[in-house]
Design a protein around this ligand. Structure first.
Ligand code: 8OZ
Length: 368
């Protein structure tokens, strides 16, 4: 197939995409402070990026307990559903497709961000050597409280409720965030999961929480409108596993049972080097999966074209380039220059560095 394959339509599960370029989930910390709801600026921002074959929203907490940073959006209240409805309407009006990323941070939080000032929860009471942002400063993530086994059904119910809310908000599907050291990843890995009940120990037990989440989410959406994001070889948020190749081989075989739309892998370190540790084999992991393969991390025009042309990937997700280039697909197609990213406006704030990056057409007007 030609270099143009990246730009051709495809179907993942039940969702028709106009091209194979995906906007990766990107935390921007601009939700309304009083209710963690998205609003007009989010509709504008995502609408501007509707040229993507698929948009994956920024991670959105499934419950107040699932929140780990100031100003991240939720999907557990009516105000949030209404805010997200504006976003999906804006994207659909421009012919785009959009799925919501479902998120519970687990131990990557802080009492000031938790309901009633409670300790964050995790599979085991082991602190991550990480930081979060509480709205004023960066703070260390404290030692979490280990979840009691009878609390887990409530969290699974929160996932189900969030999946239903996403449906009411008009999304085309959902992505389960099982990457980057957050709650599901904390269960999957033996560095953060030291439980001695049915949720810990063997890899079969460590994947149980993800299975229950998938059962709940797939019961709402059907597998063909659900994707999953994993970061097998990333140490984001101090996550660790003694044998990630074995752990994630098992995880992917389990995921095959759901007939998913896609599997989304962060290749290497989240937002960092693409290096894979000794004994790691990404191609083998992709090879185990029955559905569409989405890759992310540091792709550029040439490597994305090559990956799709060589059939290494079905879809390529771009993160930072989509922040600074609302019309990234046009720019890649035309092989034109990209706007530079302003690192100072990544997290928090308003429209500056959010909705004011120019498209090619606007850029040329400005230059005249
Ligand atoms: C950057 C800052 C805060 C959160 C992830 C949701 O890494 C995030 C995130 C990224 O998956």
């Amino acid at each position: 197939m030609s270099d143009l394959k990246l730009f051709t339509p495809t179907r993942v599960g039940a969702v028709e995409l106009k091209n194979r370029i995906v906007m990766a989930p990107l935390t921007r910390n601009r939700a309304r402070a009083e209710d963690d709801a998205p609003f007009e600026i989010h509709a504008k921002y995502y609408g501007q990026r509707a040229g993507a074959g698929l948009i994956i929203t920024e991670a959105s907490q499934i419950s107040p307990q699932g929140k780990g940073y100031a100003w991240t959006p939720g999907i557990h209240s009516e105000a949030q559903v209404e805010g997200w409805r504006r976003v999906t309407d804006a994207v659909h009006a421009k012919g785009g497709k959009i799925v919501l990323q479902l998120w519970h941070v687990g131990r990557i939080s802080h009492p000031v961000l938790q309901p009633g000032g409670a300790d964050p929860v995790a599979p085991s009471a082991i602190a991550a050597n990480s930081k979060t942002f509480d709205g004023e400063r960066f703070v260390d993530t404290p030692r979490p409280r280990a979840l009691a086994v009878d609390e887990i059904p409530g969290i699974v119910a929160d996932y189900r409720n969030a999946a239903e809310n996403a449906k009411r908000a008009g999304f085309d599907g959902v992505e389960v965030h099982a990457a980057n050291g957050y709650l599901i990843d904390q269960f999957l890995r033996d560095g953060s999961n030291k439980r001695d009940d049915q949720y810990g120990g063997s890899v079969e037990n460590r994947v149980r929480f993800l299975r229950e989440v998938m059962d709940a989410v797939v019961s709402v959406w059907g597998g063909d409108r659900v994707g999953v994001r994993l970061s097998p070889f990333s140490n984001a948020n101090d996550i660790a596993d003694s044998d990630p190749q074995a752990t994630f081989s098992h995880v992917i075989k389990v995921l095959n049972g759901y007939g998913l739309a896609y599997l989304h892998l962060v290749e290497g370190q989240t937002g960092g080097p693409r290096d894979i540790p000794e004994g790691g084999d990404l191609a083998a992991l992709y090879g185990l999966f029955d559905g569409a393969r989405m890759g992310n991390n540091g792709y550029d025009r040439a490597s994305a074209i090559d990956a799709v042309k060589a059939d290494t990937l079905d879809l390529v997700a771009f993160g930072r380039p989509f922040i600074s280039n609302p019309d990234l697909v046009d720019r890649l197609l035309q092989d034109t220059s990209l706007n530079a990213l302003d690192p100072d406006t990544l997290y928090g704030g308003g429209e500056k560095g959010y909705t004011d990056y120019p498209s090619l057409a606007e850029g040329s007007i400005a230059a005249e």
